[in-house]
Design a protein around this ligand. Structure first.
Ligand code: MSP
Length: 672
């Protein structure tokens, strides 16, 4: 059985968890669940980073000991992980006795091996940011992070001879190019390693900062918080799980890349361990191009999203919306659109039409017998094979978005298959054998999709499979697994269509709008690619070479000037618009608006959609009934003079000539 070890960063206890933290953890959980489904022996680690000055200060403010404060606050993460269905095998706290003992043992080992030395260092120290800054980094003589005053401090500290590992680091990365992903991040690290690598300060004097793990060989010092924190990935394996090292994936955000590569790999070399197989640095969730922060009041709460949409939809959105590795903007509208388009419509249709209507009406609500495979069946089976292979390859490489896109190819192919095989016509003709075979193939698609989603969905995958009477996922991608005669049930829709943003989200947006300062155009705020990047500092005192500049490329380039020409869109933008063929089954005048007609349009769903269209001046209701048209099916529903309009038809020019794919194309066919 293959071993698979995946980790998240350990989170600062002082922070209130937001979607950025949820993102890393959901990603790690999804790949952990996937490896378990594939039969691997998995170790999935997460936890909290509990030492350091900020925790100490927050505790003092509350009149608590730092330990009491960490005991209270780390729970926030545990609670959120429970709500999001996170299946970690261990939750490590850096205040755990076993972790502290491990860190001390490693420090002692390094000390005894001559890897540590003491030296004096002077620099500008910011108590609020808990770090030294170089003179040129100060802004108006103050800390660039907090804006607080800095003090000139000279102090003796313990240093780790990190600089001695520069050549070995470069050789390791050259021999194992996949050890830092994506490639852009590897290049950043290589850029960082172009300058001479300094040694790393691994202590803080107790007199200045006492909340840390004491150095075992010098009672006046505690351990630098990053040395303590990084060691968690190894300390968690003590007591029987040592064989999981080296980790398959450390999943981190791009801001902590240098810590996890340069610092951590050097520490591991010195401690006599191999580096992790892969460090994957993902991008950041922003809100309207800005970093999420309490002070900007734009922090997106994962709890609010889970309350409104459920954990499964939140997990889907986070991993589907942006490519893992790139930054992305969070927008509530985008959530709603994706929810309705992919979950309520695409997936909902696939199951609902067959499970709720056709099978109970025509087949006694059981899995029908299979029949001889037609070309259409073989084509569907081929998509199932391709889509599931794509899912596996991409998921194993942490390409979550592509993995889900691949699986949704199968969902859409299943919907298309229903359209093209026309079970309603088979039923009318009395061709029960073929009707059964077609419906059964759709159920097989449902099983394959539901089973693969077991790695993403803590609840809905089980619900999908339960509709088929299954209790376990079955990943086999062939269309011959279900037992004929076993009962199926429609149950509740998995993701009911939402006509507008859920009330809690609307209320939060209203409150944010009310609290917002008057709209003054603000420059977009950029943020540092990597918290470790601004060397030299106390962490890198030996680097005095001017070439030892911060990391090469800033992560978030300044916003480009507004384009003068019409903006071009990416394919992904176009792909957000879902077009389907429709057939107008009813048309009447709007009682309160002369220009409007109220149409009922069959778009391949169990019920026709109501669409209100401004075409009364050019079309009579009678002329419209029976016409084939093209409909945007994922437009946010709106009320037009009191009537809900759930979609939009496409029409050309002043005469509003209706666009059509032709009367031969059945309603509900997707347009690409
Ligand atoms: N405690 C350190 C990690 C030590 S690991 C040995 C730390 N903690 S953190 O709580 O500040 O950040 C944890 C993770 O959350 C980081 O990977 C960071 O990139 C990620 N995120 C924080 N905000 C984020 C977004 N807005 N978007 C995506 N991820 C972000 O750093």
């Amino acid at each position: 059985m293959a071993r698979f070890y995946v980790t998240t960063p350990i989170y600062y206890v002082n922070d209130v968890p937001h979607i950025g933290h949820a993102y890393t953890t959901v990603a790690a959980d999804t790949v952990a669940r996937w490896r378990r489904l594939r039969g691997d022996d998995v170790m999935f680690l997460t936890g909290t980073d509990e030492h350091g000055q900020k925790v100490l200060r927050a505790a003092e403010k509350k009149g608590l000991t730092p330990q009491q404060h960490a005991d209270d606050t780390h729970i926030r993460y545990k609670q959120l992980w429970e709500r999001l269905g996170i299946t970690h095998d261990h939750f490590l706290r850096t205040t755990d006795a076993a972790h502290q003992a491990f860190v001390q043992a490693q420090l002692q080992k390094l000390h005894d091996a001559g890897e540590l030395y003491t030296a004096e260092y002077s620099g500008w120290y910011s108590t609020s940011a808990e770090r030294f800054w170089a003179e040129e980094e100060l802004v108006d003589g103050k800390c660039p992070d907090s804006g607080q005053p800095v003090e000139w401090i000279t102090e003796k500290n313990w240093f780790f001879k990190m600089g001695a590992y520069q050549e070995r680091l470069l050789a390791h990365i050259a021999a194992n190019p996949d050890c830092i992903q994506p490639e852009l991040r590897r290049n950043e690290v290589l850029g960082y390693l172009k300058k001479p690598l300094g040694d790393l300060c691994i202590s803080r004097p107790k007199a200045r900062m006492s909340w840390g793990i004491p150095l075992p060989f010098d009672p006046d010092y505690v351990t630098y918080v990053w040395f303590d924190a990084l060691s968690n990935y190894l300390s968690a394996l003590q007591g029987g799980r040592e064989a999981f090292w080296p980790a398959d994936y450390h999943i981190i955000g791009k801001d902590i890349l240098t810590f996890h590569t340069v610092y951590w790999f050097s520490m591991l070399f010195a401690m006599g361990f191999e580096p992790p197989k892969r460090v994957y640095a993902h991008g950041w969730w922003m809100v309207e191009g800005q970093k999420m922060s309490k002070s900007l009041g734009n922090v997106v709460s994962p709890h609010m999203l889970v309350d409104s949409y459920g954990a499964d939809a939140v997990r889907y959105f986070l991993l589907r919306e942006i490519p893992f590795g790139g930054d992305g903007d969070f927008a509530h509208q985008a959530f709603l659109v994706r929810y309705n388009a992919d979950l309520a419509n695409d997936l909902g249709n696939l199951g609902h039409r067959v499970l709720a209507t056709m099978l109970p009406r025509w087949m006694g609500g059981v899995v029908p017998e299979s029949g001889p495979a037609t070309d259409a069946d073989l084509a569907l089976a081929a998509v199932a094979k391709r889509a599931t292979e794509g899912f596996d390859t991409n998921l194993s490489a942490l390409q979550f978005r592509q993995a889900l896109e691949s699986l949704w190819e199968l969902v859409r192919a299943g919907n298309k298959y229903v359209d093209s095989e026309e079970p309603w016509a088979l039923n009318k003709r009395g061709d029960t054998a073929r009707l059964g075979a077609v419906l059964r193939n759709v159920l097989e698609v449902w099983r394959i999709v539901g089973s693969h989603l077991a790695c993403l969905w803590p609840t809905k995958s089980g619900e999908m499979l339960a509709k088929l009477g299954l209790t376990e996922p079955d990943l086999t991608p062939t269309l011959d697994r279900l037992v004929a005669g076993s009962p199926v049930s429609a149950g509740d829709p998995l993701f009911p269509r939402l006509l507008e943003l859920p009330p809690a989200i609307q209320a939060a947006l209203e409150a944010a709008r009310a609290a917002a300062p008057p709209p003054e155009p603000k420059p977009k705020k950029t943020f540092k690619a990597d918290k470790a990047a601004p060397a030299p500092s106390l962490e890198n005192p030996v680097s005095t070479d001017p070439a030892a500049a911060p990391l090469a490329a800033p992560a978030a380039p300044a916003a480009p000037a507004a384009p003068a020409a019409p903006a071009l869109i990416e394919y992904d933008d176009f792909a957000k618009v879902q077009l389907r063929t429709g057939k107008i089954v009813k048309a009447e005048r709007h009682p309160k608006a002369d220009r409007l007609l109220i149409l009922q349009v069959d778009v391949g769903e169990p019920e026709p959609r109501q669409i209100v269209a401004g075409i009364a001046a050019t079309h009579t209701p009678e002329s419209l009934v029976g016409q084939s048209i093209v409909v945007v099916v994922n437009l946010k529903p709106a009320k037009l003079r009191g009537e809900i309009s759930n979609g939009m038809l496409l029409a050309a020019g002043d005469s509003a000539a209706l666009l059509s794919a032709g009367a031969d194309v059945p309603p509900g066919t997707g347009i690409k």
